[in-house]
Design a protein around this ligand. Sequence first.
Ligand SMILES: [Zn+2]
Length: 89
Amino acid sequence: MSGKWDDLEAEARAAMEDRGKRCAVDLFLSTLLPYDADIVRGVLANPGISNTGLHRAFRKRAHAGDPIPSAWSIGRHRREDCRCAKGAR
Ligand SMILES: [Zn+2]
């Protein structure tokens, strides 16, 4: 019988790599249809909408298991303090 913690090391390792490769906003955008992703990018570019407001709106629309970016990740992405801006993809 295998416990639910058996894969912990592999999962932690995968999470480390994810973190190094992509930002949470980019990851989230990649789960959306191109049309929807354009709408989200438009709102991200609007300085009148707060990170927290966006995060809550994402959560409201998301399906279970969707990688919703935190307000903190959204802020980083908007400040271009993430991998997207550094062209490291
Ligand atoms: Zn980003």
